[in-house]
Design a protein around this ligand. Structure first.
Ligand SMILES: C[S@@+](CC[C@H](N)C(=O)[O-])C[C@H]1O[C@@H](n2cnc3c(N)ncnc32)[C@H](O)[C@@H]1O
Length: 358
């Protein structure tokens, strides 16, 4: 029996999400994967959910604004209950608190979200080049919660991807025809966007299962072809970059199949921060062996919440941006560092950094 090394297995932080992703895939497949505002503790957390910022904490699976509850609002029971409460409240207004107001609350929340989206979009239009706004098309695979602007539909997570890719573009890192290594790509939105904007670019996509399997399922539907799955990677001796495929799904134990010095740049958003130090060092080694030009990452400056003990949610030793810098040195040197752009108005404690190979 083979034993998984620590780099092949899930970090303490991510362990909590694994089962809920599995459960969701088992229940719904890909159909509504991106539709749940908070998902079952999973989809928002790996970059694919509605990302509207309601609820807090990885274990909160019940979102009162989730569209799954709509049929309950419309049920006869709620109708009769509210009628009863209304009657009583005519005489004793304080009883009005007992009415089920969730349908109303959902309406208010949806107006509110739409207003937030429109102002985010206005901001994004200042930052993202016109050609990118024209070329980016978010598929409705997985039923994302989307809003309308410029005659197209866009979700919050998709806007985040656009903002990050525009930031890399401003640093002069991207051009068509490159090979990009994405580590911890989540559901695959950034890989999808990059290959839309730069059609001859290839993305080598590394993530742990089950996220890798979810991303492969998502990308295979969201794109028309060009995705080389991890089972195919298993069959090959090396990731065959000349094959015409645009996205290669690679599990952490398959990274040796990526040819040395075959990659132009590595990217990592919100994922080193979920790993333990030795896992980041493992990817640091991979980057040094395969990447010719640049690294771009966006992660928390001081790392993620620390778990008090193994098994608790959090990382055992938070990976800070300084740790990432030390891991990439001396081959890569920091060229540009700025506070990460945030669309959500959440407190901004992440940094975006571009490194050049010396
Ligand atoms: C917060 S999500 C970020 C997803 C995406 N990059 C984004 O910006 O939305 C963190 C991702 O890191 C991945 N991850 C965690 N530990 C990993 C490891 N040891 N190796 C590869 N990926 C890992 C998770 O599976 C998840 O997809």
């Amino acid at each position: 029996m083979s034993t998984k090394t620590s780099t092949e297995s899930t970090s303490n932080y991510w362990a909590r999400y694994e089962n809920s992703i599995f459960d969701e895939m088992r229940r719904d497949g890909i159909t509504n994967l991106r539709g749940h505002a908070r998902g079952p503790g999973s989809t928002a957390s790996f970059g694919g959910g509605a990302g509207i910022g309601v609820g807090k904490g990885p274990l909160l699976n019940i979102d009162p604004f989730d569209s799954r509850w709509e049929s309950w609002d419309e049920s006869g029971f709620v109708w009769y209950w509210n009628r009863l409460i209304n009657r009583v409240a005519r005489h004793f207004p304080q009883f009005g608190i007992l009415a089920s107001r969730i349908a109303l609350a959902r309406e208010v929340a949806s107006d509110f979200q739409n207003a937030i989206f429109q102002s985010q979009f206005g901001l994004l239009e200042q930052l993202v080049p016109e050609w990118m706004l024209d070329a980016a098309i978010e598929p409705d695979t997985g039923s994302p919660v989307q809003f309308s602007a410029r005659g197209k539909n866009w979700s919050g997570p998709w806007l985040k991807e656009l903002a990050q890719v525009a930031s890399m573009e401003r640093c002069g890192l991207l051009s068509d025809g490159q090979v990009i290594l994405e580590i911890g790509g989540g559901i695959g939105l950034k890989a999808l966007l990059i290959t839309q904007l730069y059609p001859s670019t290839t993305v080598i996509f590394v993530d742990i299962p089950p996220a890798l399997a979810v991303a492969e399922a998502y990308l295979s539907i969201a794109r028309t072809g060009g995705v080389c799955g991890y089972r195919q990677t298993k069959e090959t001796e090396s990731v065959y970059l000349g094959s015409g495929d645009r996205i290669f799904m690679v599990a952490p134990w398959q990274v040796d199949k990526i040819p040395s010095m075959s990659v132009d740049g590595a990217i990592n958003t919100g994922s080193f921060q979920e790993m333990e130090e030795e896992q980041v060092q493992f990817y640091g080694g991979l980057i040094k062996r395969t990447v010719k030009d640049f690294v771009w990452h966006a992660n928390l400056i001081s790392g993620h919440d620390q778990a008090m003990r193994k098994g608790d949610h959090g990382v055992l030793a938070p990976v800070s941006s300084v740790f990432i810098e030390q891991t990439l040195a001396p081959e890569f040197s920091l060229r540009d560092s700025r506070m990460a752009f945030t669309l959500t108005g959440k407190s901004n404690d992440s940094v975006e950094q571009a490194y050049d190979r010396l």
